[in-house]
Design a protein around this ligand. Structure first.
Ligand SMILES: Cc1cc2nc3c(=O)[nH]c(=O)nc-3n(C[C@H](O)[C@H](O)[C@H](O)COP(=O)(O)OP(=O)(O)OC[C@H]3O[C@@H](n4cnc5c(N)ncnc54)[C@H](O)[C@@H]3O)c2cc1C
Length: 357
């Protein structure tokens, strides 16, 4: 009988949870270690739009669109995952740029419809001023990121994974060019492989074993309303704000999906953003701001994911990225395959862990 590989996953946000789930499903012995409570740090503060929208080169589009397809597969494997797959109405660019986005992405196979004002109003009757021109992308969706992360962790646990929450990894055990485990504030844990899915905490852990890693951590503020009767059907990617209504019926919004720059007075920024969002919506007189969040995006310096094994060191695998909500299903699947079999998915070709070396 083959010996079961033991793999430590550092981090219990949506990326660590997806990696852990896919490893456990494939038969590995998994130990998750996370400094906070399960659910992550960036993950609870995410807008959680699942998309392959404008502004990305073709290889990144290909990875994202594959991950959009993998969401359906993952939700069928873990039925507790809450997905809202109702499409997006996009009008956050001038018309000529929307046209260019539609032309390019349609040629790449992305389902996009050009819609005028009447159709925009039919798709989103809750918009106070439907745009004259927009793109409707029926294949985009959203998830509730914490519920999804917890569902993946519960799924991994049901397949034998151990979860050490509130446990900080202080360093990696490293000898002879190989990582052999982790040093935590509760003792050491040995393993065959260590996956770093620690978001903004990843750079410090990797620096400890000499792996060069450049990461930015831009702040993003989102406003959350009190629960309200349905106002939106799908995602609204508007010029003033990106907005969706959650499963709890809260309106969540940022001036961009990545959040608004909080400025010196985050509460004032939130109030002003919320006022603008309320004006976007018809029938929202009673809509009240409940709270705002500020999240720090784990953004590799060139903006693209880092997924793979750093050269010259064994027993280590890195999964750090922005757009982790979009990418979690594909990254979890591909990372588990590579860790367990050595086979690297070709969609990861541009996203190796060595490019900052
Ligand atoms: C405002 C905002 C909006 C966003 N919008 C979108 C969007 O619309 N679509 C999209 O796809 N993505 C979006 N993102 C990005 C996405 O949310 C992140 O890419 C994703 O949540 C990252 O998940 P993660 O698991 O890598 O990190 P995190 O959720 O940050 O989890 C990191 C984990 O590592 C643990 N950790 C860190 N250091 C240590 C240590 N030393 N020891 C032990 N544990 C440690 C933490 O406790 C935590 O469990 C957004 C992010 C923000 C902030």
């Amino acid at each position: 009988m083959a010996v079961q590989k033991h793999i430590i996953v550092v981090g219990a946000g949506i990326i660590g949870a997806s990696v852990a789930w896919h490893l456990a499903k494939a038969g590995a012995r998994v130990t998750m270690v996370a400094s906070g409570s399960p659910g992550g740090l960036a993950t609870p503060n995410s807008f959680a739009w699942i998309n392959a929208s404008w502004g990305n080169p073709k290889p990144y589009f290909d990875l994202r669109i594959r991950s959009m397809a993998e969401w359906a597969r993952l939700a069928s494997e873990v039925p507790a995952i809450p997905l809202q797959w109702k499409g997006a109405l996009c009008f956050d660019l001038p018309e000529a740029e929307l046209e260019e986005f539609a032309r390019q992405h349609s040629a790449w196979g992305y389902g996009i419809r050009r819609v005028g004002r009447a159709e925009a109003a039919r798709l989103e009757p809750g918009l106070a001023q439907p745009p004259e021109f927009a793109l409707h992308v029926p294949g985009e969706g959203a998830t509730e990121p914490v519920a999804t992360t917890l569902a993946l962790i519960a799924g991994a646990e049901s397949r034998g994974a151990a979860v050490h929450a509130a446990t900080e990894v202080r360093g990696l055990m490293h000898e002879g060019g190989r990582v052999r485990g982790v040093q935590t504030d509760a003792g050491t844990i040995e393993a065959d492989d260590v996956v770093i899915a620690a978001g903004t905490g990843s750079a410090e852990l990797l620096a400890g074993v000499g792996v060069a890693f450049e990461i930015d951590t831009p702040a993003g503020l989102l406003v959350h309303s009190r629960p309200h009767a349905p106002l939106l059907k799908g995602l609204v990617i508007g010029e003033i704000a990106h907005v969706r209504q959650t499963a709890e019926r809260r309106i969540v919004a940022g001036s961009d999906f990545g959040g608004t720059e909080p400025g010196n007075d985050a509460a004032a920024t939130a109030r002003s953003l919320f006022d603008a969002v309320r004006k976007m919506l018809a029938g929202a007189d009673e809509l009240a701001l409940d709270f705002h969040t500020i999240g720090y995006r784990p953004m590799p310096a060139d903006g693209f994911p880092i997924i793979g094994r750093p050269a010259g060191i064994q027993g280590l695998y890195v999964t750090v990225m922005h757009s982790g909500v979009t990418l979690a299903p594909a990254v979890g699947l591909f990372a588990a395959e590579e860790i367990l079999s050595g086979a690297r998915n070709e969609l990861l070709a541009a996203y190796g862990a060595d490019r900052f070396a």
